[in-house]
Design a protein around this ligand. Structure first.
Ligand code: NAD
Ligand code: TYD
Length: 350
C-alpha cells in the first residue's frame, strides 16, 4: 500500500493531482495532504473529495518548514512516498516580497529532505515538483532540455532553482531516492485568479480591463493541468531515481494570443454587453521587471522513456477551462470575495 504525503495539496496543481490519484481504479493507498493554507491554499477545492474518500484521504494543516509537524505526519501515517508541491508560486508576488519564497521554497524543501534522510528506511521516493523557469529565458530559438544550464531571473525561479539543487545534492550525497519534474505553465480548473489565464477569463466575463504586460509578446508553453498531474504520477511510478524530466505541452503561445483567444471564445459563448468584442478590453500595462521573454520545453525524454504525451491540445484545454470557471460560480465567488479565507479562519483557528 502506498502512503503518499502530498505537500501543498490545497493549491491549484496539488488539488488536481489528488483528484486524479483518488479516481484511479487501482489506487489502494492513502493520501495525506499537508498544506499550511496560505492565500493560495483552498480546502474548498477538495471539499467533495474529503467526504467521498474519507477512508483514504486525510488533510493536515501543517507548514513544511515545521519539522516537528512534518515528522509527526511521516511517522503517524507511515509515509513511504512524498510528492512535494508546496511552494510560493507567483512571480509578481516574489518581486514584491521575496521572503516567503526563500522560506517555503528553499528552507521548507530543505526541512523535508532532512526528514527523508532521517526516515530513509521507510521512504521509497521523494518527488519534487519544479518549474521550467529555473532555466531562465530563451531567445527566439531553442528549447529547454534537462541538461540546460540553470539561469533563473525572478526570486521565485531562483528559489525553485535552489530547491532543485538541494534535492539533487541529497540524492548524490545521501542516496535519497528522488525524482524532479520541471514543467511549463499550467492552466485548468482550481487555478487561483492571479495567474494569467484565470485572471483573464474572470475579468473578461465581467467585462473588466485585461492587463497585458508590455506588448504581450512573451511566450509561454501551456500545458493543461491534468496532463502535468499524469506526468508526475508516471515519474513517481516508473521514473528512475536521481532523474529529472522536463514536462511541456508543445504549445508555445504569445500572451496576447492567449488573451485574444479567451476573449473570442467567450464572445462566442456569451455576447458582451458593454463592448462589441471583448478584445477591446485588452490594456497594455507596465511590464514586469526581469520578465522572461520565452519558455519552451523539449519533453522528448519523458515521451521516449515513460511514454507520456499530453492528451489535451490548447484548443480543447482552454474550452474546458472556460467551461469550468463559468460553471463553478460559487468557488469563483468565494475566492474572489475572500470568503474562502474566513471559512479557513473559522475551521482552523490557531
Ligand atoms: P499554488 O500557489 O496554487 O499552491 C501552492 C500550495 O502550497 C497552496 O495550497 C499553499 O497553501 C501551499 N503552501 C505554500 N506554502 C506552504 C508551506 N510553507 N507549507 C505548506 N504548504 C504551503 O501553486 P501551484 O500552481 O499549484 O504549484 C504547485 C507546484 O508546482 C509549485 O511547487 C510550483 O513551483 C510548481 N509549478 C507550477 C506551475 C504552474 O504553472 N502553476 C508550473 C510548473 C511548476
Ligand atoms: P503568470 O500566469 O504569472 O505565470 P509565469 O509568470 O509563471 O509565467 O504569467 C504568464 C505570462 O502572462 C507572463 O509572461 C506574464 C503575463 N501576465 C500578463 O501579461 N498580465 C497579467 O496580469 C499576468 C498575471 C501575467
Amino acid at each position: 500500500m502506498e502512503n503518499i504525503l502530498v505537500t501543498g495539496g490545497c493549491g491549484f496543481i496539488g488539488a488536481n493531482f489528488i483528484r486524479g490519484i483518488l479516481a484511479e481504479d487501482d489506487f489502494q493507498g492513502r493520501i495525506i495532504n499537508a498544506d499550511s493554507l496560505t492565500y493560495a491554499g483552498n480546502p474548498e477545492s477538495l471539499a467533495d473529495i474529503a467526504e467521498i474518500y474519507a477512508d483514504c484521504y486525510h488533510f493536515v494543516r501543517a507548514d513544511i518548514c515545521d519539522i516537528k509537524a512534518m515528522e509527526n505526519i511521516i511517522r503517524e501515517y507511515g509515509i513511504d512516498t512524498i510528492c512535494h508541491f508546496a511552494a510560493e508560486s507567483h512571480v509578481d508576488r516574489s518581486i514584491a516580497g521575496p521572503d516567503a519564497f526563500i522560506q517555503t521554497n528553499i528552507v521548507g524543501t530543505f526541512r523535508l529532505l532532512e526528514l527523508c534522510r532521517k526516515y530513509a528506511n521507510q521512504l521509497k521516493r521523494f518527488h519534487h515538483v519544479s518549474t521550467d523557469e529555473v532555466y531562465g529565458s530563451l531567445g527566439a530559438q531553442g528549447l529547454f532540455r534537462e541538461d540546460s544550464p540553470y539561469d533563473p531571473s525572478s526570486p521565485y525561479s531562483a528559489s525553485k532553482a535552489a530547491s532543485d539543487h538541494l534535492v539533487r545534492a541529497y540524492h548524490t550525497t545521501y542516496g535519497i531516492p528522488v525524482t524532479i519534474s520541471n514543467c511549463s505553465n499550467n492552466y485548468g480548473p482550481y487555478q487561483f485568479p492571479e495567474k494569467l489565464i484565470p485572471l483573464m477569463i474572470l475579468n473578461a466575463l465581467e467585462e473588466k480591463s485585461l492587463p497585458v504586460y508590455g506588448q504581450g509578446l512573451n511566450v509561454r508553453d501551456w500545458l493543461y493541468v491534468t496532463d502535468h498531474c499524469r506526468a508526475i504520477r508516471m515519474i513517481m511510478e516508473k521514473g528512475s531515481s536521481g532523474e529529472t524530466y522536463n514536462v511541456g505541452g508543445h504549445c508555445e503561445k504569445q500572451n496576447l494570443e492567449v488573451v485574444q483567444t479567451v476573449c473570442d471564445l467567450l464572445d462566442e459563448i456569451k455576447a458582451p454587453e458593454t463592448v462589441v468584442r471583448r478584445r477591446e478590453l485588452i490594456t497594455f500595462v507596465k511590464d514586469r521587471p526581469g520578465h522572461d521573454l520565452r519558455y519552451a520545453i523539449d519533453c522528448s525524454k519523458i515521451e521516449r522513456e515513460l511514454d507520456w504525451h499530453p492528451a489535451e491540445s490548447f484548443e480543447s484545454g482552454i474550452r474546458k477551462t472556460l467551461a469550468w470557471y463559468m460553471e463553478n460560480t460559487e468557488w469563483v465567488h468565494r475566492v474572489r470575495s475572500g470568503e474562502y479565507l474566513s471559512w479557513i479562519r473559522q475551521h482552523y483557528s490557531a
